[in-house]
Design a protein around this ligand. Structure first.
Ligand code: HEC
Ligand code: HEC
Ligand code: HEC
Ligand code: HEC
Ligand code: HEC
Ligand code: HEC
Ligand code: HEC
Ligand code: HEC
Ligand code: HEC
Ligand code: HEC
Ligand code: HEC
Length: 396
């Protein structure tokens, strides 16, 4: 340190002594003769030191200082040199960023994601802020900031992501192939999910998840839901309707099994209501019983098909197998049980309808009888009390 600062002081003085004419600078040795002191500060106390060792081992270490600081050729140099234009060399990334959601944000130059320009390393270096395992934290420096979330009316997705299965796999297991922010959003050309060109636009989501979950996407595309989305039905579900985008949890966890039944039910209201009347649902409500049959245990999760399709797990011929996964002794008569029996529908379920009607009538008449009985009892006891009073109240 001492040598470099005294050296720069010497240079500084010699430059001052030679004052005019301006001295051409031989980047980068000359620049570092002053700026190579990492403790160097400008008049306002802002650090203007550049660590030579770190700079030389960075990806730009072989560049000259004024390959980037293009307006600095002589000393004295401008106090406030022109901002560095990364786009002069990286045209593709710059073009992507210019058309992206981040283009509108003033304080969003390249360095907001890549960090200090003098120490940039390649993206495969674990030190890089854009190394896969570091990306959530890098994006999270803004998208995990509650003040920013409020200002731009954006959800705090970082917090959701970190606790998700992908966040856990990246952060806790160091699994490089797990989804990080850029796997779904891209890096530079990030577009809003309301833009049809975006990888997160509703109808593109299955392809985006499908870059990694190839098998599941194929099943999903073969099922009614995938086909309906492909045919342009806006009310059919995509991956994130059932899994969410950032807070994805393990589908076998009890939380998922509890919360996803109402998710299927939010679209299939009638089937949800009838399911809720059944033993399976009632069992599920009692203390969160996990093992009971949920919608997808009978219907499948991704390759969902109507009952009329012979490949469907709920096609009459497949019911013994489907129910048999949990009911060891299931046979043709066992599967007569109707998982969506609707006791309110006389046409579809006449027997149940009349049983329910009978039970309701029975309930009503029993209640009416007891009501009448109580009223008559009250009248009688009142009458008896009055009779007692007329007798002079002389009771035992
Ligand atoms: C003789 C010493 C000296 C040399 C050589 C020198 N600088 Fe500087 N540089 C300074 C000083 C002093 C300042 C602070 C000016 C101020 O206080 O505003 C500065 C400021 C800067 C700034 C602006 C910092 C800011 O606050 O925005 C940049 C960029 C810069 N120098 C780059 C370079 C480059 C690139 C070279 C080589 C081509 C170079 N300098 C050579 C002394 C030097
Ligand atoms: C890859 C491009 C690049 C190279 C090469 C580069 N710089 Fe910079 N430098 C930047 C950027 C970007 C900034 C941030 C300010 C801006 O955008 O102009 C910066 C800022 C500075 C500053 C102001 C203090 C700071 O850290 O913000 C100084 C001083 C400076 N550079 C000196 C140098 C010196 C000396 C060298 C050569 C050893 C050098 N730079 C090489 C891109 C570069
Ligand atoms: C003078 C041209 C030039 C300028 C200006 C420049 N770079 Fe570079 N940059 C390069 C070269 C050359 C490489 C190494 C070859 C490559 O991988 O493209 C590189 C590599 C990179 C990489 C690493 C690529 C990888 O392998 O992961 C990043 C990130 C990067 N530059 C960002 C920036 C940023 C940010 C700026 C502005 C602060 C900038 N560059 C300015 C020439 C430049
Ligand atoms: C929103 C964050 C963000 C911003 C802003 C950003 N980058 Fe990147 N950049 C990334 C991520 C993440 C990666 C690594 C993943 C990848 O290659 O897509 C990356 C990779 C790169 C690479 C290496 C590309 C390759 O394929 O090897 C270069 C070069 C680069 N960025 C330059 C820039 C430049 C120049 C700017 C400014 C115009 C910029 N970046 C702005 C996030 C960003
Ligand atoms: C320097 C802060 C900052 C960083 C770092 C940053 N963003 Fe952003 N991002 C913003 C701001 C601010 C907006 C809102 C822009 C607007 O609405 O004009 C935004 C918007 C977005 C949106 C669009 C939201 C919508 O409207 O649908 C997405 C998606 C996004 N960012 C993803 C990312 C990803 C992925 C990364 C990391 C690779 C990242 N951001 C890094 C500040 C940042
Ligand atoms: C598994 C894919 C995936 C990952 C990983 C992911 N996102 Fe998203 N993101 C999406 C989808 C899909 C949307 C579209 C809206 C939705 O479905 O919630 C979205 C929406 C957003 C939005 C806009 C929210 C809104 O409601 O306007 C922001 C900001 C965002 N993501 C940032 C990030 C950041 C930061 C990370 C990393 C911490 C990240 N995302 C990780 C898929 C993902
Ligand atoms: C970059 C590749 C990648 C992308 C893109 C991706 N995932 Fe994943 N996902 C993984 C990996 C790897 C795992 C395994 C993590 C583990 O088990 O630790 C995983 C796990 C999961 C799990 C839990 C699986 C289980 O058995 O517990 C679900 C659910 C999931 N992802 C859904 C999605 C959805 C929905 C999307 C799109 C919005 C998506 N993924 C996008 C790589 C990806
Ligand atoms: C209609 C709701 C729904 C849609 C749409 C959906 N999933 Fe699933 N997904 C589920 C359910 C329910 C499970 C749990 C299955 C189980 O436990 O047997 C599941 C399980 C998973 C698993 C864990 C592995 C497995 O088979 O158990 C992954 C990974 C996954 N889904 C990814 C995706 C991807 C990627 C998409 C979009 C292409 C998608 N899901 C679309 C409901 C859905
Ligand atoms: C976002 C709304 C939505 C969600 C969530 C949803 N579905 Fe669907 N589902 C639909 C639509 C719309 C159709 C009709 C598709 C078509 O045939 O055009 C459909 C069709 C079906 C069919 C075939 C019925 C028929 O009449 O053809 C079954 C079975 C089914 N869904 C079961 C499920 C199950 C099980 C879940 C949860 C794992 C679920 N759905 C989640 C919207 C949804
Ligand atoms: C115990 C197994 C089982 C469970 C659990 C179950 N279903 Fe069903 N579902 C069936 C059977 C069997 C049929 C066909 C006979 C019928 O319509 O009652 C069916 C029919 C359907 C249909 C109409 C399919 C067609 O092709 O007409 C939809 C939609 C549906 N169920 C959705 C759901 C939803 C949503 C849930 C969860 C709230 C659910 N199911 C829970 C077994 C089940
Ligand atoms: C994911 C596992 C699972 C699937 C699949 C499943 N059930 Fe069940 N079911 C249970 C559990 C757990 C109980 C409560 C414990 C018990 O009685 O075995 C139960 C209870 C029942 C009962 C009342 C108690 C009894 O055993 O008589 C009937 C009836 C029934 N299920 C019918 C069916 C039919 C019909 C199907 C296929 C359409 C089916 N279940 C599919 C898990 C399942």
């Amino acid at each position: 340190m001492k040598t470099s600062s005294s050296f720069s002081l010497t240079l500084f003085t010699s430059v001052l002594l030679l004052a005019a004419p301006a001295q051409p600078l031989h980047a980068d040795v000359d620049c570092l003769s002053c700026h190579g002191d990492p403790t160097m500060q400008d008049a306002n106390g802002k650090s203007i030191g550049v660590d030579p060792a770190k700079f030389h081992s960075s990806i730009h270490g072989t560049l000259k200082c004024n390959d980037c600081h293009k307006d600095i050729h002589d000393y004295p140099h401008p106090d406030h040199p022109a901002p560095v234009q990364c786009e002069s060399c990286h045209t593709d990334e710059a073009a992507g960023l210019a058309g992206s959601v981040h283009a509108k944000v003033n304080d969003h130059p390249c360095t907001s994601c890549h960090g200090n320009a003098h120490v940039i390393v390649t993206k495969t270096d674990p030190q890089s802020p854009v190394y896969p395992l570091n990306i959530p934290k890098t994006c999270g420096s803004c998208h995990g900031d509650p003040a920013m979330a409020k200002k731009y009316h954006l959800p705090n997705v970082y917090a959701l992501f970190i606790d998700s299965i992908h966040g856990f796999a990246l952060g806790k297991e160091g699994l490089l192939v797990a989804a990080n922010c850029t796997s779904c959003h891209g890096s530079h050309k990030i577009l809003s999910h309301t833009d049809p060109r975006s990888s997160t636009y509703r109808t593109n989501i299955s392809a985006t998840c499908g870059t990694c979950h190839v098998g599941i996407n194929a099943q999903y595309q073969a099922g009614v839901h995938g086909k309906a989305v492909a045919a342009g039905n806006p009310s059919a579900p995509v991956c994130t309707d059932c899994h969410t985008a950032h807070g994805i949890i393990e589908p076998t966890s009890s939380d998922f099994r509890m919360q996803s039944t109402p998710i299927c039910g939010s679209c299939h209201r009638d089937k949800f209501n009838t399911y809720r009347d059944t033993f399976h649902s009632q069992l599920g409500l009692l203390g969160g019983y996990v093992e009971t049959a949920r919608c997808w245990d009978c219907h499948g999760a991704h390759d969902v098909l109507p009952a009329s399709d012979p490949r469907s797990p709920i096609a009459p011929a497949n019911l013994v197998t489907t129910c048999g996964r949990c009911h060891a002794g299931a046979n043709a008569s066992f599967v007569q049980y109707q998982p969506h029996a609707n006791a309110r529908n006389r046409r579809l379920n006449p027997a149940l309808y009349y049983i329910r009607l009978f039970m309701n009538l029975l309930l009503a008449s029993v209640l009416t009888f007891f009501l009448l009985h109580t009223v008559l009892w009250l009248i009688r006891s009142n009458f008896a009390r009055k009779g007692g009073a007329a007798n002079g109240g002389k009771h035992a």
